[in-house]
Design a protein around this ligand. Structure first.
Ligand code: SAM
Length: 247
């Protein structure tokens, strides 16, 4: 086999390619992701306008179809039919890895159940970037994603996390970060918490401390941007409170 075919095997007809895209920094895309997007027949995107811009940035022109949480069931059928006809489809979301707190899971499950080929083209994922740089234990962790919006359901889920070993990893919107810190202060007052903010972007920073310390730290400033929130296990040693602060 020629070297090129081993390192750059052609895309396989009838395959659903799950392609990770940047979470902020446009340099964070693999060579294989770019080639997959260039060589597939169509790209199924969460938001075709957003992905259209991303593809244009890399000089790729490709037909796009949209799939998102509310049309995913219907779109899954169309995607399955296209795959069954031998099309090669790249599946992307607005940022990071499809299916991780993003649509994709349903399409992927439908393809697996239909006996079709599914291939992962791995790359950026916010929680992996946050966990690995947090300084908290990475040997065991529990990914929660977004908490429910209702207070009682949030409290219940947080209390269940008390019984989970390892680092707990949550996604949170900037509008609820103060609320979440207050809830963590109620449930995990002595735990080490890390806020990983604006990962891979200009104002990336890691804020470390107990929930009360972080609440006090954010009182003087409004924390904006995207966050991954990590809660260390009971035994986690105390890292310095604030580090990697943006200028
Ligand atoms: N599929 C994505 C992934 O692979 O991480 C997650 C998508 S989810 C809709 C968006 C959430 O991920 C944000 O609210 C935030 O919690 C987290 N996130 C995404 N990008 C981030 C970034 N650059 N810095 C910090 N958190 C980020």
């Amino acid at each position: 086999m020629a070297e090129d075919a081993r390192t750059h095997p052609p895309l396989i007809p009838g395959t659903l390619y799950i392609v990770a895209t940047p979470i902020g920094n446009l340099e964070d895309i693999t060579l294989r992701a770019l080639r997959t997007l260039r060589e597939c027949d169509i790209v199924a995107a969460e938001d075709t306008r957003h992905t259209g811009q991303l593809l244009r940035h890399y000089g790729i022109s490709k037909p796009l179809i949209s799939y998102f949480r509310f049309n995913e069931a219907k779109r899954s059928e169309e995607i399955i039919q296209r795959l069954s006809r031998g099309e090669k489809i790249g599946l992307v979301t607005d940022a990071g890895t499809p299916g991780i707190s993003d649509p994709g899971e349903r399409v992927i499950r439908a393809a697996v159940q239909a006996g079709l080929r599914v291939e992962s083209v791995p790359g950026p994922c916010a929680f992996v970037a946050a966990l690995t740089a947090s300084g908290l234990p990475t040997d065991a962790f529990h990914f929660v994603g977004f908490l429910p919006h209702k207070s009682a359901a949030r409290r219940k889920l947080l209390e269940q996390l008390l019984a989970v070993s390892g680092t707990a990893v949550l996604y949170e919107s900037p509008y609820r970060i103060e609320k979440l810190l207050a809830e963590l202060n109620d449930t995990f007052p002595a735990r080490q918490v890390v806020l990983a903010r604006e990962l891979t972007k200009r104002f990336e920073e890691f804020l470390r401390g107990t929930p009360a310390e972080l609440l006090a730290a954010q009182k003087g400033r409004t924390l904006k941007g995207e966050f991954v929130v990590l809660v260390g296990p009971e035994t986690a040693t105390r890292p310095p409170m604030v580090e990697n602060k943006a200028e």
